[in-house]
Design a protein around this ligand. Structure first.
Ligand SMILES: Nc1ncnc2c1ncn2[C@@H]1O[C@H](COP(=O)(O)OP(=O)(O)OP(=O)(O)O)[C@@H](O)[C@H]1O
Length: 223
């Protein structure tokens, strides 16, 4: 469970929002510049709110009032970005084990489970340069799962992939969400990904966040 309220002003833009998320895939939608990446940055600790409180699975990671602000590496958050950002000099195995080298954090899934969920066994000894785009993104997802003790954030994770690879990855993400005990935040502009993956969906607009009713995001788009 994620419970957050935060306020942040960046130039002429102010985000002033509340967000309560449960386990499962929580899609964040919104026009370009609406504040989706800012939400991800505030939760991860890459950016500090001006005010508010953020609690992840019972742990307060930020509270202005209580003067708490845990650094990103102590928050137990896994991240997947649009491009995979794997370490080029490390093998797939080493890339996936990387988060567990820090601080003895305990992921919600272990290494063997991650490899199993994502079908990564045949790729383990390869370097990222020997992977296809879809394979590399699967490895990035594996590394993020290993670091996701309390939350997984996926920021447009499929937008650099072709349609076939996108569909394969969607199945993996769906499978991982069902086996993990932590909320997933899934940022996307794609209607298709929202309909296929969302357990709940939220609209980021004018610096606020509002839940989108299920009936609205599950209905077929007009033809
Ligand atoms: N460091 C900054 N200084 C000033 N304004 C900023 C800064 N960072 C972000 N902004 C502004 O904050 C707003 C929200 O940006 P954000 O990147 O969160 O949007 P987004 O919804 O993720 O957009 P996109 O879908 O294009 O990635 C934008 O208007 C942006 O210009």
């Amino acid at each position: 469970m994620l419970k957050a309220r935060f306020r942040k002003t960046l130039g002429g833009f102010t985000l002033d929002a509340e967000l309560n998320l449960e386990q499962g895939i929580n899609v964040l939608r919104g026009e370009s510049g609406a504040g989706k990446t800012t939400v991800a940055n505030l939760l991860s600790g890459a950016m500090k709110p001006d005010d508010g409180e953020i609690e992840l699975e019972g742990l307060t990671v930020y509270s202005r009032e209580r003067r708490i602000s845990l650094p990103p590496q102590s928050r137990g958050i896994g991240f997947v970005f649009q491009s995979h950002r794997l370490f080029p000099h490390l093998t797939v195995r080493e890339n996936i084990l990387f988060p567990s080298l820090f601080g003895g954090r305990k992921s919600a899934v272990d290494f063997d489970e991650t490899i199993d969920i994502l079908g990564l066994e045949p790729l383990l000894e390869r370097l990222p340069s020997g992977l296809s785009g879809g394979e590399a993104q699967r490895v990035a997802l594996g590394r993020a799962l290993m670091g996701a003790e309390r939350l997984l954030i996926l920021d447009e994770p499929l937008s650099s992939l072709d349609p076939r690879r996108r569909h394969v990855l969607m199945d993996f993400i769906d499978g991982a969400a069902q086996r993990m005990n932590v909320p997933f935040i899934y940022i996307t502009h794609s209607e298709e990904e929202m309909r296929r993956l969302a357990d709940r969906a939220f609209l980021v607009e004018d610096g606020t966040i509002a839940e989108i009713p299920r009936s609205a995001f599950l209905e077929e788009p007009p033809s």
